[in-house]
Design a protein around this ligand. Structure first.
Ligand SMILES: Cc1cc2nc3c(=O)[nH]c(=O)nc-3n(C[C@H](O)[C@H](O)[C@H](O)COP(=O)(O)OP(=O)(O)OC[C@H]3O[C@@H](n4cnc5c(N)ncnc54)[C@H](O)[C@@H]3O)c2cc1C
Length: 403
């Protein structure tokens, strides 16, 4: 899916992403339900929001989105859109219940290195397979770092069931190149396509489906047929959920830390010391596109904080974490508050860094996450039943009659 350059400038900052949200709301939201599955090739022609890079970094929060849509539409008019937003929340919660799924995936990856010499793999990641649609999607992914949801599903399906490549390598390729890369949505969606999320359910696509939703713009070979080959055995992962609760610092000498995975500043109180990550932390070999976008998002977040929340801003990067200790000492900080990192790059790095320092750490959880995650232990349908109830807390007008 193609973008104009301006989109990348807007998506990384708080005002720009709200501008994109407003534009999506006014131009497309009412058609979202009927047209969201079509990928006609460009941001302009499609009816999805492309706000995921802002949502995955929480430049834009669910709370803000609901506030914006709820004063313009009835719940019924935007229910499908809200459901999709809750898919992200669901995947995040599902993985929080089962961190082992992420670590098993990483360990699988480390044993698959030799498969990267396979010509199917090399052709796939360079967009030289000869399958026109697939090569076009690879080109878009490498150039823009974004693919439409339906296209991601077709891509993963073709990767696994046509080229017969390991799903883990496909998930890695996406994670390294998507500007909305998220350990939960990405890994679990790949697992879902491969039939590992829901027992007995694989996603196997076919030409007519791709034709229908792409305006038949791709040519296919005569014998284009995916095969239901065995991927991996389905493994049941027992959920082990610990209750989350925001326990906040009450110290007058507290400081806040803000990292790239959550730029909402939702917990940060005015005029306190804030230490903000200045550069993305690239532990998974993410592409230059992803790095540049994350770096720019951090730069914009620093400006946003200075202009709107606190001028007492210091920056640090993970290559040189000694700045953190210096900041603590120079500002006599005895307690630190941070939005709890989720499974991925930071959930181990944060406690291991701060446990070594003479400072107490407090974790803040978004109310939105706490309310939903307890219902994310099974299938999406269980959580779906709770959506309207939970969303009613964020809706501008009462969603249910008062008694
Ligand atoms: C194989 C595969 C890999 C994926 N990897 C990622 C990833 O790394 N990061 C990521 O954010 N999403 C991922 N998704 C989910 C989904 O494709 C994207 O969130 C969506 O395409 C983003 O585009 P949008 O903002 O235009 O979505 P919209 O349709 O406008 O939806 C609004 C928001 O809802 C959320 N959302 C929508 N659909 C889904 C979905 N199916 N699953 C989870 N959340 C959803 C996103 O936050 C999105 O921004 C993946 C899906 C598949 C099939």
């Amino acid at each position: 899916m193609k973008f104009e350059r301006k989109y990348f400038g807007d998506i990384v900052n708080h005002n720009g992403s709200l501008f994109l949200l407003d534009k999506f709301i006014s131009d497309k939201l009412l058609h979202y339900k009927s047209k969201r599955n079509f990928d006609l090739g460009s941001y302009k022609k499609n009816y999805v929001s492309a706000l995921s890079p802002a949502l995955s970094r929480r430049i834009l929060t669910e709370r803000k989105i609901i506030a914006r849509v709820s004063n313009q539409f009835s719940y019924g008019q935007v229910e499908k859109y809200i459901d999709e937003i809750c898919w992200r929340t669901y995947w995040k919660g599902w993985l929080e219940h089962r961190p082992k799924v992420w670590y098993d995936y990483l360990s699988d990856l480390s044993s698959l290195d030799d498969k990267k010499n396979n010509s199917n793999y090399v052709n796939a990641v360079t967009g030289k397979t000869g399958l026109e649609c697939f090569d076009d999607w690879v080109k878009d992914l490498l150039e823009f770092g974004y693919l439409h949801n339906h296209t991601r599903m077709w891509f993963a399906s073709i990767w696994i069931f046509y080229f017969k490549l390991p799903w883990q390598l496909g998930a890695e390729f996406f994670y390294q190149n998507l500007i909305d890369a998220d350990p939960a949505s990405n890994t679990l969606s790949w697992r879902w396509v491969a039939g590992l999320q829901t027992m007995g359910k694989k996603y196997i696509t076919y030409q007519e489906n791709i034709d229908r939703f792409t305006g038949s713009r791709y040519k296919f070979p005569e014998q284009f047929k995916l095969q239901d080959n065995l991927v991996d055995e389905y493994v049941f992962y027992e959920p082990s959920y610990k209750d989350r609760e925001s326990i906040l610092s009450s110290s007058s000498k507290k400081g806040y830390i803000v990292i790239e995975e959550d730029l909402s500043f939702e917990n940060v109180k005015k005029n306190h010391h804030v230490l903000i990550q200045s550069e993305s932390y690239n532990t998974f070999n993410q592409s230059n596109n992803v790095k540049l976008l994350s770096d720019e998002a951090l730069k914009q977040a620093i400006e946003y904080c200075k202009n709107n929340i606190s001028s007492k801003v210091t920056t640090f990067n993970w290559q040189n974490p000694s700045t953190i200790e210096k900041w603590i000492l120079e500002n006599s900080i005895n307690e630190i508050e941070i939005i709890a990192p989720t499974i991925g790059k930071y959930e181990k790095l944060i406690p291991s860094t701060f446990n070594k320092l003479d400072v107490k750490i407090f974790y803040y959880y978004h109310d939105w996450d706490i309310s939903f995650w307890e219902h994310a232990d099974k299938g999406f349908f269980k959580l779906k039943k709770k959506i309207k109830n939970i969303v009613s807390f964020y809706w501008e007008t009462p969603l249910f009659g008062t008694s």
